[in-house]
Design a protein around this ligand. Structure first.
Ligand code: IVH
Length: 700
């Protein structure tokens, strides 16, 4: 029937479109995750993704296992199903000497076992990195990823397909592969910066009171934890990466004759293969590779614990065979460990440039990750207590890349009777900053103790001066990073008001300071004296007070004295000022030395127009009023409306709350309009907005 035929062809077209979207999305994912060269903006990727999702929702029969929509789906498991490896996953012999002898010994062994004499030509090797993650077997059938399994005991691993699918770098379909079975082996790892970010997030969660959270010891641990996560949604949030380095079971595919050609072929299929690899002849090349990669080790974005040498020719590999479950044709050659044990001699507290107080373990010096380490961070009080690090303890220290060495755990077995008390930062410092003696405080829900000294604290001096002089603060021309260092070093500037005491004579004592630059700086300082209240407030560097809050405070209170004397309750009346911000302002102005700094700056001649936060004197009929814009206005664009409201002293916020005064609604206004009605916020249109604006703003 004609009608039927029509339906079939629509169905065909939909199926074709779904296949096309799958191919496009998989290609873009490869460009994005593996090649690091995205070709389309994220928003376009999202659009294609949503189109495919919509098709699959309407036609579940079109859903395929290689669909990119299937990456982050799956249910929380009770456990992982066992997987018997079709080909056992072997390990390799390790040369633990970190000098060149490991490479020489391996080459000598290979030559002996191949029956080569010194006159025979050198053996060709493929050399690559030994990634410090966990081995995974990816099973592709007809080019489609059907299973991912851990190594387990080498014979039997665990089915972790659902978590491995969330790794964007791992193709769900191999490009140009139709072989019935192709198993690819490689290492799943977490990059160092993802690891740092993850632990940073974990520390925040712990500070906020999360009970079941912990930090991870190293990237390998974090990667292993993510791969064995029973909840795929959590696994998806722990960004992992992958490098392919070998094969498992293969059916119906001609394996290339050398290892290096195999890696090239895997790369062609869309798998990530590390580019730091080489093909070289004989032991000398191996030694050089070990040396070169050792020098680059810290600059890799991931951990390696050595390099791997493999006899390049498959034919020779077969000839060499295996010995007690280890191939005779491959060896791992290590580097110095990135983790070592040592003893904590003391715990110091360092004051950072922003006043953050960080406990630092003073260690019995230890050689780790290629250098001698005698200090290691303990991050914060909670971490120190959670790990229960005490003076006298034996601890594991980790140093990898340019990351600051850290204490990762205590070796409790080695704890002696004379070990120190559990760590208590406040007690240790007697409640006072070790640098300036100001009170210390810890924000609610924050992990860090801080010095409240602000500009008064020498540890924070440089940061305070640079912030003060910044373009968005007092905008002191000619006062940059190097000059601030010089001024502090020469002890001519201790606190902010000292800046205004500078003269040609004191400046001339500085190195490389010509008369011209001295005069420029003095002119810049002079010019900075005329400012606005908002800028001045911002320039004081009060924690939590960014530009916007400074403007809001200036607008609301109109004078510095009123801000300095405002109670917490009064501060809370200001737009977007919550308890933490209010407390921070109070703490700052409660310190007599901070008030003194403010008074000295005023005495130095800093002025601003009173009762005006912005510094311009046009009428501000909308001062203190908050607007929310929603929908499309008939004439004004959103930016234009925002600009006009702000010019009249009003504020535009992104979401409707009880503090919103007006919602300006245009065509197709959505949930914000509903919210306004719910909260009883006044809703006006464009004409209503114009009526509120001062007469004369007739640009549109
Ligand atoms: S080849 C038969 N190559 O090191 C050879 N392994 O014991 C199989 N590893 O757990 C391994 N980087 O996960 C090979 N480039 C690399 C590697 C590598 C890391 C791991 C692997 C295995 C262990 C070897």
């Amino acid at each position: 029937m004609p009608q039927n035929r029509g339906m079939t062809s629509t169905a065909d077209a939909t199926a074709r479109r779904a296949a096309q979207l799958r191919a496009q999305l998989n290609d873009h994912a490869h460009r994005y995750y593996v090649l690091d060269e995205p070709q389309i903006p994220d928003a376009e990727y999202d659009r294609l993704f949503q189109e495919l999702q919509a098709i699959e929702a309407a036609h579940p029969e079109l859903l395929t296992p290689d669909s990119p929509t299937q990456r982050v789906l799956g249910k929380v498991l009770d456990g992982f199903a066992p997987v018997v490896h079709a080909v056992p996953m072997l390990s390799i012999r390790t040369e633990t000497d970190t000098e060149s002898s490991g490479a020489l010994a391996f080459d000598a062994r290979v030559r002996r076992e191949l029956g080569l004499t010194p006159e025979d030509p050198p053996v060709e090797y493929a050399a690559e990195l030994k990634f410090d993650g966990l081995a995974i077997n990816l099973r592709y059938e007809a080019g489609v990823l059907v299973q991912a399994a851990t190594r387990g005991d080498g014979e039997k691993g665990e089915d972790v397909t659902q978590n491995i699918r969330t790794i964007g770098q791992i193709p769900l379909r191999l490009s140009g592969v139709t072989a019935p079975v192709l198993e690819v082996r490689g290492e799943v790892y977490m990059s160092r910066d993802q690891f740092e970010k993850l632990n940073e997030r974990q520390r925040e969660l712990i500070a906020q009171g999360a009970k079941n959270e912990k930090t991870f010891v190293n990237p390998r641990n974090a990667a292993a934890g993510a791969v064995r996560q029973l909840d795929p949604a959590i696994a998806a949030k722990r960004p992992l990466s992958f490098f392919a380095y070998g094969l498992g079971d293969v059916q119906g595919w001609d394996i290339p004759p050398t290892h290096s050609a195999l890696l090239d072929a895997l790369e062609q299929m869309g798998l990530p293969v590390c580019s730091d690899r080489t093909v070289t002849q004989g032991a000398e090349g191996l030694v050089a590779f070990h040396q070169a990669m050792g020098e680059k080790r810290d600059s890799f974005p991931f951990d390696i614990d050595g390099v791997v040498y493999k006899v390049n020719s498959r034919e020779l590999q077969k000839k060499l065979g295996f010995m007690s479950r280890e191939p005779r044709w491959a060896v791992a050659h290590k580097y110095p460990a990135q983790e070592q044990m040592t003893v904590v001699r003391d715990i110091d507290i360092q004051v950072g440039r922003t006043g953050k107080l960080t406990p630092v373990a003073k260690l019995e010096p230890v050689f780790v990750g290629g250098t001698t380490v005698s200090n290691a961070t303990l991050h914060n009080e909670d971490e120190t207590r959670r790990k229960d690090v005490r003076i006298g303890d034996t601890v594991v220290v980790r140093r990898a890349g340019d990351v600051i060495p850290e204490v990762v755990s205590v070796v409790l077995d080695k704890r002696g009777a004379d070990v120190g008390e559990p760590f208590d930062l406040y007690k240790k410092l007697g409640g006072k900053c070790p640098v300036c003696g100001s009170g210390i405080a810890r924000e609610e829900g924050g992990a860090d103790w801080r010095c409240s000294g602000g500009l008064f604290c020498p540890a924070q001096r440089k940061q305070a001066i640079l912030h003060y002089a910044g373009r968005r603060a007092m905008d002191v021309e000619g006062l940059g990073d190097k000059l601030v260092d010089q001024l502090i070093e020469a002890q001519v500037v201790h606190t902010l008001p000292d800046l205004y005491k500078l003269g040609l004579t004191s400046l001339s004592t500085l190195d490389r300071m010509g008369e011209k630059s001295a005069q420029n700086l003095l002119a810049g300082l002079e010019k900075s004296k005329r400012t606005t209240l908002a800028r001045f407030l911002y320039s004081l560097g009060i924690r939590q007070i960014g530009e916007t809050t400074a403007k809001d405070l200036a607008k609301h209170f109109g004078s510095l004295d009123r801000i300095m004397d405002a109670s917490i309750e009064q501060l809370l009346e200001v737009n977007d000022v919550g308890p933490i911000v209010a407390q921070s302002i109070r703490t700052f102005f409660d310190q007599p030395h901070n008030r003194e700094v403010v008074e000295q700056l005023r005495a130095a001649g800093i002025t601003w127009p009173e009762h005006d936060g912005e510094g311009d004197l046009s009428p501000k009929p909308l001062a203190g009023k908050t607007f929310v814009l929603t929908g499309t206005l008939p004439v004004l664009s959103r930016d234009e409306a925002k600009e006009m409201i702000e010019a009249a002293g009003g504020k535009v916020s992104g979401s409707v709350s009880k503090k919103t005064n007006y919602v300006v609604a245009g065509e197709e206004a959505g949930s914000k309009l509903e919210k306004a009605r719910e909260l009883g916020v006044e809703v006006i249109d464009e004409a209503g907005l114009r009526a509120l604006l001062p007469a004369g703003d007739e640009r549109l």
